[in-house]
Design a protein around this ligand. Structure first.
Ligand code: IMP
Length: 427
């Protein structure tokens, strides 16, 4: 019963799209279990480059059924335009399944995201502005709108009324904005109902039946471990659980069904938005990582903050996710440095600390303790096996593996689908 979870081990953007897509050919279902169109996967197939935000990357593999689980928040207009964009390029999207329990990002959730960020000023989170946090807030406050509500106009109207009651007070009195009309929102949402209807399904039932029939199910996390609402660098996090436990709640599959948890780990570190980042670089090395690694957000177009590899974070990801394997990505980006610093511990208030401190105040003060590893200058993008890598690149990978607490089972050496070294098969 192979049920695999694939998730970001750092702050997102580790190259999950490539990893999921690599497995896509042998996987029957690819499931997103949290987040929404704040995510951004770039998948390169042949000479075609696809940027996906909401759809699971399995949508590009013909034999695979892509699933949007109950834990995801769905912006219908984004979903429909992503689908039609793929259809125009000849991709068949008819197999997509969407949970009727998934919550909808309404236009007012997007408005609230933008005005609250503006209101926070210097203290802003740096959200993607896609309405993610406010939609999850409505879910927890029990005033959310779910996909299934689109098929009962009276219920939908009552729920939108309930949600807008307090929000309109806040928008007009606190933020000095115009109130949002219930009928306008209901009209817009009803306009999506027929278009989404062919995809809506009881995805919990479908996935559990699939697992009983020994199908291969891949759960694809959006964002990353350090952006998790519980285990990340709160409050500079997203509003859901990208960590492994989120796959269970966000897809309705019990923990006993999960056979493998794979952490995607970039050979260096990046972060988008605000919040602590001990190994961040502000010099030309940081600029070089950004340039060579193409570190610009797929969703927002913002430059990513860049820094050296942080083994403390990798160990933390192994622990909170129960990782069985790592997929190390973008090793090729490090080609050309004479020496590569790797953060092995932190110094906090004069003390050496080996594990991620639970206190955010401590984490904000953490200074990286670096070990220098010898670099390599050979082009590694054509390497097909571990032994094809230059000795120093092999040693870099081995050192990371030892520090991070789980085996590195695959290595990305370039952006293309086939530019991957497989060490242990994931299936
Ligand atoms: P939100 O998810 O839009 O609420 O944004 C919260 C934080 O998560 C911000 O720092 C975003 O930049 C970050 N974030 C959200 N999605 C991603 C992602 O896919 N990759 C990296 N960072 C993300």
């Amino acid at each position: 019963m192979p049920a695999l979870v694939l998730l970001g081990a750092q702050w997102g953007d580790e190259g999950k799209g490539k990893a999921t897509d690599l497995l896509g050919g042998s996987v029957d279902y690819v499931v997103r279990y949290q987040g929404g169109n704040n995510a951004g996967h770039t998948v390169v197939v042949g000479d075609q480059k696809y940027a996906l935000h909401l759809l699971p990357s399995g949508i590009l593999s013909p034999g695979c059924t892509p699933v949007i689980g109950n834990g995801v928040v769905v912006d219908p207009s984004v979903l429909l335009s992503e689908l039609s964009g793929l259809n125009e390029r000849g991709v068949d999207t008819s197999k997509l399944l969407i949970s009727g329990n998934a919550h909808i990002i309404t236009p007012y959730n997007v408005t609230v995201d933008k005005v609250t960020e503006r209101f926070l000023g210097k203290r802003k989170i740096g959200t993607t502005g896609r309405g993610i946090g406010p939609t999850y807030a409505d879910k927890i406050n029990r005033v959310g709108i779910r996909v299934q509500d689109l098929y009962d106009e009276s219920i939908l109207t009552q729920k939108v009324e309930a949600a807008l009651d307090a929000k309109n007070q806040m928008l007009t009195k606190l933020y000095n904005r115009r109130a949002i009309a219930v009928e306008q929102v209901v009209g817009e949402l009803l306009g999506y109902a027929d278009k989404l209807a062919p995809y809506v399904a009881d995805t919990v039932l479908v996935l559990n039946e699939a697992l009983e029939q020994d199908k291969v199910v891949l759960f694809e996390g959006g964002q990353g471990t350090l952006l998790d609402i519980d285990h990340g660098t709160y409050p500079f996090v997203t509003s859901s659980n990208p960590t492994a436990g989120g796959a269970c709640t966000g897809a309705g599959v019990g923990p006993t069904k999960i056979s493998r948890v794979i952490g995607i780990l970039k050979a260096y570190t990046t972060r988008v938005g605000a919040g602590p980042f001990p190994t961040e670089l502000f010099d030309e090395d940081g600029e070089a990582l950004r340039r060579i690694g193409g570190e610009r957000g797929v969703t927002t177009g913002r430059d990513r903050r860049c820094g050296w590899f942080d083994a403390v974070i990798a160990r933390y990801a192994t622990r909170v996710n129960g990782l069985t394997d790592f997929f190390l990505t973008k090793l090729d980006v490090l080609t050309g440095w004479e020496q590569i610093p790797v953060c092995v511990a932190y110094e906090i208030d004069g003390k050496r600390v080996e594990e991620l401190p639970y206190s955010q105040s401590d984490f904000h003060h953490a200074k990286p303790v670096y070990e220098m590893l010898p670099g390599w200058s050979e082009d590694i993008s054509k390497a097909k096996s571990f032994s094809d890598l230059p000795k120093n690149a092999q040693a870099y990978v081995k050192a990371l593996e030892e520090m991070s607490g789980a085996p590195i089972s695959a290595i990305g050496v370039g952006p293309g689908r086939d530019e991957t070294i497989e060490i242990n098969s994931f299936l």
